[in-house]
Structure formats: structure tokens, C-alpha cells
Write a protein that binds this ligand. Structure first.
Ligand SMILES: *Cc1c(COP(=O)(O)O)cnc(C)c1O
Length: 357
């Protein structure tokens, strides 16, 4: 079997050893005599999986005790709504930044629940940068932003505490990729399928002290307080997704945790962006100081080279680098599990392509 270098944007690459252990558990899990996916989620072994996943998430992210970790369903797309439901009081408002497709969707959902002021946007420049964050009107419950814009390849480099109100963030595509200071945050959420595990579950890290203050009658599944009171087992959790996420988190911990992976992620990003800037055939999409370490977006300067370039990378075993349909070009997604060697293969293809075209 030849090696595939998987640059898919999501669902995406997982560590080989995680895939092996997860697939074995689907056949038979430990000495339970059963498959992981044919056992009760209330069984002792699975309850232990849920508890370890929640605890390890907190440990790896360095979150203090005010945070509760939940693994629920509905993806980040439902979290757009859940965030607003739990944090904007009846008749209240919140501030949002508009930095791309996912940010847009978060704004749309939040508008079901309150007045949303878009206080910063990079829409006019084709979402190729991270706009400055202004000081936000203190009447707003929070400032919401997307830490990493998966489609456009831009990423907040610091934490926008300039907003001056509590922060809420969609960290779907850069969670667990680098260290950050959690103190300004009330809520962080992230779909597992970009950097933590397979599709099917979304992680919430919620400051439990801020819940229950909206005056709203929140439907049970959308009420994060309900999920906390049930230890993230209000209803049947997506057992396979959570188990495989746990294996991925254990893999990360063994490697040295978020601090160690951050160094690797920076090295991968340096390698690809170095080549994008050096190579006369390509240009990057994102402004240099807004570039994402997770998703590098770039274009051919001359579109007539497209077919030949596509053939060249496919031949080298590179997979999943076609850009999102909304911006075209290419996108190399370099999540935690992608080895530096895969980036080196892509860079070699780009170099060789320039030499031979
Ligand atoms: C993929 C993605 C989403 C959507 O996640 P779902 O789990 O499919 O709902 C939201 N936000 C960001 C930043 C993403 O990358």
C-alpha cells in the first residue's frame, strides 16, 4: 500500500495507532466480550471512557475548575445556537466577529435569540485577514469569534481581550493545536472532527457559573446546565466518536501535550508558507500576519497550470488539497496528526513543479 498524505480539511487525518485501536474496539473491546458499539453507554467501562475524556480534555487545555466539559451531538453548527441560548438573556444582545463562512453561520443562529452586533469583519477583503477587535459595548453579553477560519485559512494570533467583555469561541479547527490562556472565556466549543477525533461529537467547555441566568425556558437538549447535571449523559452519547476522541487525546498526551504539538504545528506551517512565498508559481490567499497554522490556502498564479499541478500532487500520494468551493485554489490542512514528512512531500512537489513546468 502506498502512503497517502492526507491534507483533508475535515473529517481528516487521525493518528494511525488511534485508527488501529479504535477498529479493534469495534470488533471486540478489551476483555468485555463485546464490541464498544454494542454495549450500554451506562455500563461501567463506557462511563469510565466518558469521564476520562472529559478530564483529559480539561487537563490538555489547562482549564481551571470553573469549566465543565461536555461531549454532545449536533456539531459546532448546533453549538452556534446553544451558545446564544445559554448566554444571551431574554431581550439581550451579543457582539460577533465575521471572519468567514462559519462565523457567518454562528451569527445567523445567534440572531434567533437576541440582537447581534457584528463589530468586526473581513468580508470586504474576501476574508483574507483577521480584523482588529474594537472595544465592545458593555451591554453585550459576550464577544464571539472563530479562532481559526478553516475555509479561508486565517487565524487569530492572540486572544481578543480588547473586546472588554467575556469571550465565546468556536475553536473547531484549532483546538488542541496550541496553548492559550482560558481566563477571558465563558464558553469554548469545537466539533471533534477537525483536530480531536472523528465526526459525531462536539466538545463544550463551559464556565458553569454563568449558566442559568438568561431567564429563558431552554429546551432540555439545548440547556448546557442539564447536560452538566447528567455528566454529559443526558441521552445516549455518540459512543464511538467519544471513544476515538479519547484515544486521540491520549495520543496527544503521550506526545507531550499541546505544548509539544504546537512546536510541530509551527514547523509544518513554516515549511509550507516558506514554499508558497518562495515559489514563483503560487501565491497565498491569507494576509501574512493572519495566516493559519492549520489550514494553508494558496493559489496558482496561472490557472492554466492547474491540470498539470493536480496530476503532480496526486501522483505523489497527496490527497485532499483542493480548496473549498467558495474560494477555489488549494488548501493544505495540517492538523495535529499530519506528520511533517507529509508537508515535506507536498513542498517537494511544488518545487519540482516549478523546475519542470
Ligand atoms: C467544520 C467547522 C464547523 C462546522 O462543524 P460541524 O460539526 O459540521 O457543525 C464550525 N466551525 C468551524 C470553524 C469549522 O471548521
Amino acid at each position: 500500500m502506498s502512503t497517502i498524505h492526507n491534507f483533508s480539511a475535515g473529517p481528516c487525518i487521525l493518528p494511525k495507532e488511534v485508527l488501529k485501536e479504535a477498529s479493534e474496539a469495534v470488533k471486540e473491546w478489551n476483555d468485555n466480550g463485546l464490541s464498544l458499539i454494542e454495549m450500554s453507554h451506562r455500563s461501567k467501562p463506557f462511563v469510565a471512557v466518558m469521564e476520562e475524556t472529559r478530564a483529559l480534555t480539561k487537563e490538555l487545555l489547562g482549564l481551571p475548575d470553573r469549566f465543565e466539559i461536555l461531549y454532545l451531538q449536533g456539531g459546532a453548527s448546533l453549538a452556534f445556537l446553544t451558545a446564544a441560548y445559554n448566554l444571551i438573556p431574554e431581550g439581550g444582545s451579543a457582539a460577533y466577529s465575521d471572519t468567514g463562512t462559519w462565523a457567518n453561520k454562528s451569527i445567523k443562529e445567534a440572531r434567533h435569540l437576541g440582537e447581534i452586533e457584528v463589530v468586526s469583519s473581513s468580508k470586504d477583503s474576501g476574508y483574507n485577514n483577521i480584523p482588529a477587535t474594537p472595544k465592545v459595548d458593555p451591554r453585550h453579553s459576550y464577544f464571539h469569534y472563530t479562532t481559526n477560519n478553516t475555509i479561508f485559512g486565517t487565524q487569530y494570533k492572540g486572544i481578543p481581550t480588547e473586546a472588554g467583555v467575556p469571550l465565546v469561541a468556536d475553536m473547531s479547527s484549532d483546538i488542541m493545536s496550541k496553548k492559550f490562556d482560558s481566563s477571558p472565556f465563558q464558553l469554548i466549543y469545537a466539533g471533534a472532527q477537525k483536530n480531536m477525533g472523528p465526526a459525531g461529537t462536539v466538545m463544550y467547555a463551559i464556565d458553569k457559573d454563568v449558566l442559568g441566568k438568561t431567564g429563558r425556558d431552554i429546551p432540555s437538549y439545548l440547556d448546557l446546565g442539564v447536560h452538566i447535571s447528567k455528566d454529559s449523559m443526558f441521552n445516549t452519547p455518540p459512543v464511538f466518536s467519544i471513544f476515538t476522541t479519547l484515544l486521540t487525546l491520549r495520543w496527544l498526551k503521550n506526545l507531550g501535550g499541546v505544548e509539544a504539538i504546537e512546536i510541530r504545528n509551527n514547523a509544518k506551517a513554516e515549511l509550507i508558507y516558506g514554499e508558497i512565498d518562495r515559489n514563483s508559481l503560487f501565491r497565498g490567499h491569507a494576509e501574512i500576519n493572519s495566516r493559519s497554522t492549520m489550514n494553508a490556502t494558496f493559489m496558482l498564479k496561472d490557472e492554466s497550470h492547474k491540470e498539470a499541478f493536480n496530476a503532480a500532487w496526486a501522483k505523489a500520494g497527496v490527497s485532499g488539497i483542493n480548496g473549498h468551493r467558495s474560494i477555489g485554489g488549494y488548501r493544505a490542512s495540517m492538523y495535529n496528526a499530519l506528520p511533517l514528512e507529509s508537508v515535506a512531500v507536498l513542498v517537494d512537489v511544488m518545487k519540482e513543479f516549478e523546475r519542470t513546468i
